[in-house]
Design a protein around this ligand. Structure first.
Ligand code: MD6
Ligand code: FE
Length: 201
């Protein structure tokens, strides 16, 4: 699919371990929590975030906000390694202002969706996978056939240009496929430009 970019093995084993340690340290201040859909159904995925804005979902809807919904504190900063990766791989002129952190434990999955809550749908979304391999499903924004891509620990992919509004989700996570995460499971990081570009007001 044009605009779907994939960099398998972008992060070495030591880079993965270093990044995971930084994310878990951030999650001590901004703990993983389980959001609910606007209809009140709990997600099977646990979430937290880093950066000026974080994506949240609750009875009031989906949105980005500057504080953690449980602690009320600002989100911790995005590690520099991730903003460097964003710059090097996407070439986007502005740094990411949100990094959503998804944690998949036994049986967690994510239904097909489009990422629509960002102001500028022209900016890419960059995804970094850590831990167990996921079966990622993707299809065109307007519907039709879908295909799957396995996302293993250290793989990076992006939705850019014509694929930015592609429908996508996680069918399942293959338990035991990686030993990176303590207690198993998968952590996915998605870097975004959520708010308006800084040259706009
Ligand atoms: C996940 N990823 O990999 C879920 N969104 O756990 C996403 O929802 C996603 O991988 C936008 C762009 C890339 C993604
Ligand atoms: Fe998404």
């Amino acid at each position: 699919m044009e605009g779907f970019r994939f960099w398998p093995g972008a992060l070495s084993a030591s880079e993965q371990a270093d990044l995971l340690a930084r994310v878990l340290a951030a999650a001590e201040d901004a703990p993983f929590y389980r959001p609910v859909t606007p209809g009140g159904r709990p997600f099977s995925v646990e979430m937290t975030g880093m950066g000026p804005l974080g994506w949240v979902s609750d009875r009031a809807g989906y949105r980005y906000q500057p504080t953690h919904p449980v602690t009320g504190a600002p989100w911790p900063p995005i590690p520099e390694r991730l903003t460097d990766l964003w710059r090097d791989l996407t070439g986007w002129p502005e740094p990411p202002d949100a990094c959503l952190v998804n944690r998949y434990r036994e049986g967690a999955r994510m239904g097909m969706h489009q990422d629509l809550d960002e102001v500028d749908h022209g900016a890419p979304v960059l995804s970094v996978s850590l831990g167990d391999t996921a079966v990622f499903r993707i299809g065109a924004a307007g519907g039709g056939p879908t295909r799957t891509v396995r996302l293993a620990s250290g793989d990076v992919c992006a939705l850019t240009g014509p694929a930015r509004l592609a429908r996508h989700g996680i069918d399942r996570v293959i338990a035991g496929s990686s030993t990176l995460t303590p207690g198993g499971g998968r952590i996915n990081l998605t870097l975004r430009r959520a708010g308006p570009a800084s040259h706009q007001t």
